[in-house]
Design a protein. Structure first.
Length: 148
């Protein structure tokens, strides 16, 4: 099973969203939701197969949601038309409260952008609990030069 759709490969290509069938995220219940200019927001449905023994969204899935949401915004913010791309270089997640009602909503924004690195902040909320803040994250991306 591919992690990203095969159409996302190659210089200047753009990963498709929502994920294509057969990719790791194609059955994740993720969808884009409206967000302020310069932000990107993605929601994930809470399903029994995604929860821990206490009924909360698994922490690893929260981290994956953060990484994908921020990664998409970082990629959109780099010069991908010229073949540049990004890769996660550091991820810190501070869990504040469990996501128990859902959907989980991750909203990313760029804190700093440069030629070689992007730093983003992501807030995760439980939309079904009046958008209670459940996690905050700082995530860094290295800008990768075009492949030759």
């Amino acid at each position: 099973m591919a992690i990203l759709p095969t159409t996302a490969r190659g210089p200047g290509s753009t990963p498709s969203w929502p994920p294509e069938a057969g990719t790791c995220f194609s059955n994740s219940g993720w969808s884009d939701v409206p967000s302020p200019e310069g932000h990107l927001a993605v929601e994930m449905d809470i399903r029994p197969e995604f929860t821990n023994v206490r009924g909360a969204l698994q922490g690893g899935l929260v981290a994956a949601l953060i990484d994908v949401c921020a990664g998409r915004l970082a990629y959109q913010s780099c010069d991908h038309a010229a073949g540049y791309s990004t890769a996660t270089s550091d991820l810190t997640v501070h869990s504040l409260s469990p996501v128990v009602v859902g959907p989980a909503r991750a909203e990313a924004r760029v804190v700093r952008s440069g030629r070689s690195k992007f730093v983003l902040q992501v807030d995760v909320t439980d939309a079904g609990r009046d958008h209670k803040l459940t996690a905050v994250s700082t995530i860094a991306f290295t800008v990768l030069a075009p492949q030759s």
